[in-house]
Design a protein around this ligand. Structure first.
Ligand code: SIN
Ligand code: CO
Length: 410
């Protein structure tokens, strides 16, 4: 058990830009990300003791580590309206959404409560660093890092999630029970998604530095055993095909706006006299069909830009603030030469081959080759430095900086 007063905050390292995918990682108990993806990802649970070896090592040396974010600091995030927060109380179950007043957050010595803070990578650099370790999984799949802090007995109850999750124990201990049961029916009488019949099959007590990976739909229940118990969970997004196709199709429909050729009116000089006047004319069907083919609207590649754009949309609660004293293009170029330009923590960037989408927009459309390359570098390595940029003035890169989507690291 960690002591809150004597321990040092753990300082997670930023993962290297090129992750060693074939090498054994302590994070996965000595297997490589390649092996983890083949054997466990989306398939079966994995519990790893000492996934962050610094924790057991420091404990052995009598200098236990604690979470990078102390409990009092973490609780303050729940007062902030820019942070998505929820408070869950057990016995009886209740649920509230933040932001909270100071008085409504239970003190650490109270029991049976947990506070959940979503999207913490945008609010604390340590959370962003932890996420960097998981960048062997495509950015399009990553959702966010949620931190829970709880009093003894606190938890969200037995439930299942429809996405994969890595649960990293960061402070205090938590008891986890899991079950691969088929019956995932929920208790209809409760304000939370809690399983009606949870039948635990496995149980562990996770210490700081331990990690539990769960694929979707594995029932689980985590109960805090120590006051101020912190679990950091790396969560993934699994949009439904309906969502992907609808979003892709809407964007595809919008992109037809830019095609003046489609203003041309339908004409039917070959239409014959018909007895089936009520039927949609064959002539219309045939012409539309060849238009779809000519525009390649019957091919997957036509949908991918819209889908990439959709998946690169920031979370709805993301707030971007323009720089207070914006650099002019010349100063911006100088700053790139000496510093690092990075995406704001709430900015999402995704690539589709050479095209780069940032916060829903195609940033490489009609841009000079140096700007396109700059976006590709930003998308791949998440920063940009020492790059000569042509036509910066009206470029999408400078615009994104002026919108607060990209920021300079100090
Ligand atoms: C928690 O951290 O208490 C809940 C995380 C989860 O069960 O997904
Ligand atoms: Co869960």
């Amino acid at each position: 058990m960690t002591s809150f007063y004597l321990s040092k905050p753990y300082q997670p390292p930023q993962a290297p830009a090129k992750l060693p995918l074939g090498k054994p990682w302590a994070l996965f108990g000595g297997i490589s990300p390649d092996q983890f993806m083949t054997q466990y990802w989306h398939k079966k649970p994995l519990m790893i003791r000492g996934a962050i070896p610094a924790f057991p090592l420091s404990a052995q040396q009598g200098e236990p580590l604690d979470s990078p974010i102390p409990a009092n600091k973490l609780l303050e995030f729940a007062l902030n309206e820019e942070v998505e927060s929820r408070l869950v109380k057990a016995k009886p179950w209740s649920f509230d959404q933040g932001p909270f007043s100071k008085q409504s957050i239970p003190s650490l010595d109270k029991t049976n409560w947990t506070l959940l803070l979503q999207g913490m990578e945008a609010h604390h650099p340590a959370a962003a660093k932890i996420l960097s370790w998981f960048r062997f999984i495509p950015d399009a799949r990553l959702d966010d890092l949620m931190i829970s802090i709880a009093g003894i007995g606190g938890g969200v109850g037995p439930h299942f999630d429809s996405y994969d999750v890595f649960l990293i124990q960061m402070s205090g201990r938590r008891q986890w029970q899991i079950s691969e049961q088929k019956d995932l029916s929920l208790n209809p009488k409760l304000p939370l998604k809690i399983l009606q019949h949870f039948k635990p099959e496995k149980e562990w007590i996770l210490e700081p530095g331990d990690m539990l990976y769960l694929p979707p739909h594995v029932a689980h229940d985590g109960i805090a055993l120590d006051p101020g118990c912190q679990t950091w969970s790396v969560g993934f997004r699994s949009p439904s095909f309906k969502e992907l196709l609808q979003e892709g199709l809407w964007r595809l429909a919008e992109s037809l706006e830019d095609n003046p050729e489609l203003e041309q009116k339908f004409a039917d000089p070959k239409q014959k006299a018909t007895h089936s006047a009520e039927q949609l004319p064959e002539e219309l069907i045939q012409q539309l069909s060849s238009k779809l083919k000519a525009l390649k609207l019957d091919q997957i590649n036509s949908f991918l830009p819209g889908i990439t754009s959709y998946l690169s949309e920031p979370k709805p609660q993301a707030i971007f603030e323009p720089p207070k004293k914006p650099l002019n293009p010349k100063q911006f170029q100088q700053r790139i030469n000496s510093g690092k330009l990075s995406p704001h923590p709430q900015t999402r960037i995704l690539s589709l081959n050479s095209q780069v989408y940032c916060n829903g927009e195609d940033m490489t459309n009609k841009q000079s080759s140096s700007i396109t390359r700059a976006w590709q570098a930003l998308s791949g390595s998440k920063y940009l430095t020492k790059t000569k940029l042509q036509d910066l003035d009206k470029s999408s890169l400078y615009e994104a900086y002026l919108s607060g989507w990209l920021t300079f690291e100090d």
